[in-house]
Design a protein around this ligand. Structure first.
Ligand code: FES
Length: 67
């Protein structure tokens, strides 16, 4: 966890169902552009069957190109 390029906005209904972010993830999110209250690092979300249907959105600032 060293780049925050995986920054995503988690849909509010799903955000509360995720385990809390670690202090290291919180520190990295402080550096993310377009932070929002439901921001998380995608690489830190451990998927399991209870998250089937999880909705996240990728901030435009996290895209490599607008093409
Ligand atoms: S912090 Fe770099 S991929 Fe998630």
């Amino acid at each position: 966890m060293a780049c925050a390029t995986c920054h995503v906005w988690v849909e509010e209904e799903w955000f509360a169902r995720l385990p809390a972010a670690s202090p290291e993830e919180e520190d990295m999110l402080d550096l993310a552009c377009d932070w929002a209250p439901t921001s998380r690092l995608g690489c830190q979300i451990r998927l399991d069957p209870t998250l089937d249907g999880l909705i996240v959105r990728v901030p435009r600032s996290s895209l490599l190109s607008d093409a």
